[in-house]
Design a protein around this ligand. Structure first.
Ligand code: SF4
Length: 226
């Protein structure tokens, strides 16, 4: 948050935050036991509000990711949409570890909201896909799901390459900063051993594989008569 102004000036136009609840009790209830303190939850909620406000102040769009594990979480998610839905783009995510219950809850919630699908967005070369819905009061919400995408070479030799162990699939490149070290590029949150320093990545076969895969998928998707 302290660097958001400088980031916006440098060209940052969007940030994503994860939202778990609207009250400290609600937030604490969905944390792992050792983080389930309402005091800590209050601090996290304040930080979340401050981040959203700072984003809006500096012209940085804010998207809020909300995971729906099952139907018992629908009231919590409805409160989040009510509280944040005007200021930020709410994106509802399926819980990858329990896809069935989570997908049913997502469907039930969209029904409760009276949401009408408007647009389906597939990102070429990654497992990300989203659907935009319009609500009766004119607001929009998104659902975000995963396509079973794998990198042709890198994933074919991976020991996790099955539906059980690799639920996120290939989601695109992510940038990290090693503690006290260089920026690193990773292609998989489960395979941090594949992360390499940025300079090395741009010259690598992995980089060319990522690029060629995206271009091929873009061409294939663009040729579909939808
Ligand atoms: S775990 Fe990562 S590297 Fe392995 S198959 Fe899945 S996306 Fe590919």
């Amino acid at each position: 948050m302290a660097v958001l102004k400088e980031c916006a000036e440098a060209g940052l136009d969007r940030i994503n935050v994860s939202v778990f609840g609207t009250t400290a009790e609600e937030l604490a209830a969905v944390q792992a036991p050792r983080y389930a303190s309402t005091k800590l939850a209050e601090r996290k909620l304040r930080a979340l509000h401050d981040t959203i406000e700072a984003g809006l102040r500096y012209g940085v769009k804010v998207s809020a990711n909300v995971v729906i594990p099952d139907e018992s979480h629908i009231p919590r998610v409805l409160r989040i949409i009510e509280e944040h839905g005007r200021d930020v783009v709410v994106r509802m995510l399926v819980n990858l570890e329990d896809g069935g219950a989570s997908r049913n809850a997502m469907r039930a919630l969209l029904g409760d909201l009276g949401a009408v699908p408007e647009r389906h967005i597939v990102t070429a070369g990654t497992s990300d896909q989203r659907t935009r819905y319009r609500l009766p009061d004119g607001r929009t919400v998104y659902t975000k799901t995963i396509r079973p995408v794998r990198l042709p070479e890198t994933c074919s030799g991976c020991r996790f390459n099955n539906d059980q162990d690799c639920q996120e699939g290939y989601y695109g490149v992510r940038m990290y900063r090693a503690e006290g070290g260089p920026f690193m590029v990773g292609v998989c949150i489960q395979r941090m051993d594949l992360a390499v320093p940025l300079g090395q990545f741009v010259m690598s076969r992995l980089c060319r594989e990522v690029q060629a895969f995206r271009d091929d998928e873009y061409a294939r998707l663009a040729s579909l008569d939808l």
